[in-house]
Design a protein around this ligand. Structure first.
Ligand code: MOS
Length: 736
């Protein structure tokens, strides 16, 4: 949508400008850097879940060809921990350093690191490092964690208004249900990898990272050097889904090894250890109580969530983060508590908190609607609010009703018959379910630089990343919007911590955070150009800078004189006109900034052959201004695929006796393949700019698509089968 603030390039459909580089193989990923004299590191990973190392025998491994050194807790440099806080931009998930001591807290923990001249020599030697352990009983599953002790409450992450318990007790209509979601593992195509080298005391780290600025600051703290002496580079990454937001032990181990052996070192985390030592979405146990009055208005809502965390860090999966403000309800509580388990530290996974949280809330909404004989969509409409009741602030922009209307219309919701099992097509029973989706909109501090160059091109840089989502392209669109230059004449560089400080590519922050800084930097570059042009020897010498206008790459004075900006610069023998800008974080003083939407899902269940599939999805999404129709729709389509995985397949399992992961590989950890995709995925982007949030009116789109999707599937499964599945994934055994 074009509008009065911005031109048609904002909201256009454009292919990714980095696409050709990726097709040609000109886009180097972290493990694609093969530096002169580089050595390769391979980890030795704990085979026990809990205990301590009693001995490490490297004698055989040490004699193998090419082995340079073998590090472990008795042979590793002293490093420093970072205080893991957001404010100081030094966030890590696992504060414990690799090889800190002989303790083992989870299976897959690094217990040694072999450095050799080739990858295969390093791996070969790693397999021959003998480690002896003293083993203790593991806490391997959510069920075991719940048996082992009382959860630790985290009051600061909760919210209470009114008196939800009394209101629930007194209400005429009420339900109580408990929902369980399993551990899930991020499975980006590109594996976690670090390529590190030291140059006269400065660290250069090619890291598969969603956040180069955080990574630089953390590495500086860990090695006790100033951040200026660290450069983290991540120009291309094969996605991350949250697992690459913060530094994990492998990056620290690789950088330390490189310093010790005096050579560049590359370390790739094997796929099976990407299930253990680089984060996961923790399993959750969520109890919901809903109560309504006679008209279907919510009177009480409580959502109490528990998740497992690691033995060394507390990670809270904030399952109630959407519940506190999605619907109007005077008496409400959300609470979060954790229990330790012998797992690596959990971390954000696409829509952390919201994805498992809305599975529970939107399943419970369906149960509540059914118990009061109301259509599930009408029930949600009845509890619609334009006020964030947890903050007592209006939403800056909310079009949830339009999402309901347009989604329902496209899907054909009005033809739904409410009775479970009542819709059939031959051997298949059809189920129709829906759910709302919801995600917070955040905008962080950001710096950016834009240069207008004498060769007629523009250059933009920011230390944010493009994780495959299209950030390069939308940054170029923002520069094009301000300068009028076509995308072909705009070069964008991201993913280097030496560039102006930018946000992580996570939390759906990057678009709303980066684009205003880029636009302001472009305006500042134009101002610099005008100053040059009106100065001595300039094309408009003697004119006032503020009387000039800049459009489509040309400066004009309003009296008929127009000069191309490249000519202005060349005349003065200037290489470029530069602009830098800083734009501040958004604060919710006046508004609550959130995105909304609705999923409508059709499933087909063939009881004769026990076949369950998702056949149709219509999603109407309200994320403010869409910057690029193509890349935005791709984000939602990908999130729907991932949501189908969450609903039907994904489950990282641990053996309750040994504490070891059972299915930490691509064969047994199931994700949806093409054959599991619906015949029809329809993404409706509502595209209403939210100018209270930022000048582009964009709120970000990476996560919202997965929220609510699993509930919509579960609600559709109930509608087809009459079976209410409250524990994900919805495997066939649960339907028989
Ligand atoms: Mo996302 S879980 O913030 O990468």
């Amino acid at each position: 949508m074009s509008d009065d603030k911005h031109g048609k390039i904002i909201g256009a459909s454009r292919s990714r400008i980095d696409g050709p580089k990726k097709l040609r193989g000109d886009a180097p990923y972290a493990a694609d850097h093969h530096l002169p004299n580089m050595a390769y590191a391979y980890g030795v990973f704990s085979t026990v879940a809990n205990g301590r190392i009693t001995g490490i025998d490297v004698s055989e491994a040490r004699t193998l060809p090419g082995v340079i050194d073998i590090f472990h807790h008795d042979h590793f440099p002293n490093l420093y921990r970072t205080p893991s806080t957001f404010a100081q931009e030094n966030k890590v998930d696992e504060t414990r350093l690799p090889f800190e001591d002989a303790k083992v807290h989870y299976p897959g923990q690094f217990v040694a690191l072999v450095v050799a001249d080739t990858f295969s020599n390093a791996r070969d030697a790693a397999y021959r490092v003998r480690v002896d352990y003293e083993e203790d009983e593991p806490v391997a599953t959510l069920a075991q964690a719940m048996e082992s002790g009382e959860p630790t409450p985290h009051a600061a992450s909760g919210h209470t208004r009114g008196d939800p318990d009394s209101a629930w007790n007194d209400a005429p209509h009420r339900i109580e249900s408990t929902y369980i979601t399993p551990m899930e593992t991020h499975n980006p195509m590109e594996m976690h990898a670090s390529t590190a080298y030291w140059d006269k005391g400065d660290l250069v780290l090619y890291e598969a990272s969603q956040g180069v600025v955080f990574a630089r600051n953390v590495m500086a703290k860990v090695f006790g050097i100033p951040p200026e002496r660290v450069d983290v580079r991540s120009p291309f990454i094969g996605s991350g889904f949250g697992s690459k937001l913060w530094i994990w032990p492998h990056a620290v181990a690789a950088a330390a090894a490189a310093r010790e052996v005096g050579r560049p070192v590359q370390l790739v985390v094997p796929r099976e250890e990407m299930f253990t030592t680089t984060g996961h979405r923790p399993p959750t146990h969520q109890t919901l109580r809903l109560a309504t009055d006679a008209n279907g208005k919510l009177q009480a809502l409580s959502h109490d969530g528990i998740n497992t965390t690691s033995m060394v860090n507390t990670y809270i999966e904030k399952t109630g983060s959407c519940t506190k403000s999605l619907y109007a309800c005077p008496n409400l509580r959300v609470s979060h508590a954790t229990l330790p388990a012998n797992h690596g530290t959990p971390t954000s996974m696409r829509a952390p908190g919201a994805a498992p949280g809305l599975f529970a809330l939107e399943s419970a909404m369906d149960e509540m609607a059914e118990s009061i004989d109301m259509d599930p969509l009408e029930f949600r409409r009845a509890n619609y609010t334009e006020t964030d009741e947890s903050l007592d602030l209006p939403f800056s922009s909310i079009h949830l009703m339009e999402a309901f209307d347009r989604g329902a219309e496209k899907f054909g919701w009005s033809k739904r018959t409410p009775e479970p099992g009542s819709m059939r097509d031959g051997d298949e029973i059809i189920g129709w379910g829906m759910a709302a989706c919801n995600w917070e909109a955040l905008k962080m501090d950001c710096d950016a630089r834009v240069s207008l160059r004498a060769d007629g091109t523009a250059f933009a840089s920011c230390a944010t990343q493009d994780i495959g989502t299209g950030t390069y392209t939308i940054v170029a669109q923002a520069v094009s919007d301000i300068t009028g230059l076509p995308l072909e004449r705009i070069e964008v560089e991201l993913g280097d911590s030496s560039y102006p400080s930018g946000p992580v590519s996570g939390g759906s922050w990057a678009t709303a955070t980066t684009l205003p800084a880029i636009a302001q930097a472009a305006r500042n570059a134009i101002d610099a150009l005008k100053t040059y042009a009106t100065g001595d020897g300039g094309a408009f010498s003697g004119s006032e800078a503020d009387t000039l206008t800049f459009a489509d790459g040309t400066l004009s004075d309003g009296n008929g004189k127009s000069v191309d900006y490249a000519e202005v610069l060349n005349q003065l023998k200037l290489a470029n006109a530069d602009g830098e800008a800083h734009t501040p974080a958004a604060t919710n003083d006046e508004y609550s900034f959130r995105s909304f939407g609705a999923h409508f899902v059709e499933i087909r269940w063939d009881p004769g052959i026990s076949n369950l599939r998702v056949s149709r999805v219509v999603s109407a999404i309200d994320v403010g201004q869409v910057i690029n129709q193509t890349t935005a729709a791709n984000q939602v389509e990908g999130a729907i695929a991932m949501g189908i995985g969450m609903a039907l397949f994904e489950n990282t399992e641990y053996d309750s006796r040994s504490g070891r992961p059972v299915n930490n590989n691509y064969a047994e950890y199931l994700v949806p393949v093409h054959a599991d995709q619906p015949e029809e995925v329809d993404v409706i982007l509502l595209d209403h700019p939210d100018y209270a949030f930022n000048e582009f009116g964009a709120r970000g789109i990476g996560e919202i698509g997965i929220t609510g999707l699993a509930a919509a599937v579960a609600n559709a499964v109930y509608h087809a089968t009459g079976k209410r599945i409250r524990e994900l994934p919805i495997t066939l055994d649960k339907l028989m």
